[in-house]
Design a protein around this ligand. Structure first.
Ligand SMILES: NC(=O)c1ccc[n+]([C@@H]2O[C@H](COP(=O)([O-])OP(=O)(O)OC[C@H]3O[C@@H](n4cnc5c(N)ncnc54)[C@H](OP(=O)(O)O)[C@@H]3O)[C@@H](O)[C@H]2O)c1
Length: 240
């Protein structure tokens, strides 16, 4: 029987590359996004047997429940959950007024609560298959850097949530992959940062979504790995 993977935010960037990598490995991949339904359906149309797009905003518990209903009805199992959907806005760290309460709430509801709701709701299915969770965090959760303070704090919280869930979930492996600067629509306009990474990082380039997806799939399948946060950053955190 084919294994089932669920990827949040699978229509673009790191999420899409992860959907494609899991698909190549033979998984049936269910993937979600909050708005990009047309892109989602187009991706799924490449292989309707093994790719299924579902609209689901990770901040909406009813929509998450309905994804679970669909999974149970069509496949009856879940082996791998990739919590990839995230949100940020660029706010210089010294601009305290710019980090509004609304921004804190939006970032935390998406990045932290979204991951919590997904992980706890799908826990029973994952446990039945001795499955695994991979949270996409960020090196912004490891160093005092990142697009905004609320974003970096949310990713630090997710790194700690990864360890806490790994310790609390019997027979479900929980790990995080923490990317550095990756070339996706999210970072399209961050040329200055890209230049800094080229200069400073030992591998002298920003990453591709495929660089991250390769590690995500390895971590998802690593049978004796749990509670780890693995940076995929071309060595940037060795220098910052
Ligand atoms: N790019 C980087 O340099 C970098 C570095 C470190 C960490 N990361 C992390 O990697 C993850 C993916 O980033 P990316 O650069 O690949 O971004 P991206 O290309 O902008 O893709 C984001 C994906 O998430 C979906 N999404 C956004 N909000 C959502 C929500 N509330 N519910 C469900 N899906 C949602 C988007 O679709 P819709 O808009 O249609 O919902 C899209 O499919 C994020 O968690 C980010 O923090 C990225």
């Amino acid at each position: 029987m084919k294994k089932i993977a669920l990827v949040t935010g699978g229509t673009s960037g790191i999420g899409l590359a992860t959907v494609e990598a899991l698909h190549r490995k033979g998984y049936i991949v269910v993937f979600t996004s909050s708005k990009s339904q047309v892109a989602g359906e187009q991706i799924a149309s490449q292989d309707r047997e093994a790719l299924r797009y579902l609209q689901c905003d990770v901040t909406n518990k009813d929509q998450i429940s309905s994804v679970k209903d669909t999974l149970v009805e069509h496949y009856g199992r879940l082996d791998v959950l990739i919590n990839n959907a995230g949100y940020t806005e660029v706010v210089p760290h010294s601009n305290f007024e710019g980090a509004t309460d609304e921004l804190w709430m939006k970032i935390f509801t998406t990045n932290v609560m979204g991951t919590w709701w997904m992980s706890t709701l799908f826990h029973d299915l994952l446990k039945a298959e001795a499955g695994s969770i991979v949270n996409i965090t960020s090196i912004a959760g490891l160093r005092p850097i990142g697009s905004s303070i609320p974003y970096s704090v949310s990713k630090a919280a997710l790194n700690q949530m990864t360890r806490l869930l790994a310790a609390s979930m019997d027979n479900v492996r929980v790990n995080a992959v923490a990317p550095g600067l990756i070339d996706t629509p999210w970072t399209e306009s961050w040329d200055q940062l890209r230049e800094n990474v080229r200069r400073v990082a030992p591998l002298h380039r920003s990453g591709t979504p495929e660089d991250v997806a390769q590690v995500v799939v390895s971590v998802a399948e690593a049978a004796y790995l749990t509670g780890e946060v693995i940076a995929v950053d071309g060595g940037l955190t060795l220098k910052v």
